[in-house]
Write a protein of this length. Structure first.
Length: 94
């Protein structure tokens, strides 16, 4: 009898703000372990690819992971959005 190891890829939730007229951010899954706060990412939303910003390192949705989509790309070549700008955008959205 042979025992084989199955690879387990850990995933975590992140909250992504997308530039659409919708309230709040949306949770996505990522396998990236590095800090992503403020990073630009490509995600799928309503069947379209959209660039958004990681707004929180932890997701807030009550949906199970099986219902969430994965981040398609992390744009490491772009500088992360600074915390002060994220706070300004949050305040303006209220």
């Amino acid at each position: 009898m042979f025992v084989t190891e199955t690879s387990f890829i850990p995933t975590r939730r992140i909250s992504v703000c997308i530039p659409l007229n919708v309230e709040g951010c949306f949770d996505y899954l990522t396998t990236e372990e590095s800090a992503l706060l403020g990073r630009y990412v490509t995600v799928s939303f309503s069947g379209k690819k959209i660039i958004g910003v990681v707004w929180d390192e932890e997701g807030t949705s009550a949906l199970p992971d099986s219902k969430l989509k994965a981040v398609q790309e992390i744009h490491w070549h772009l500088p992360a959005m600074q915390e002060a700008l994220r706070h300004t955008i949050t305040a303006a959205a209220r």
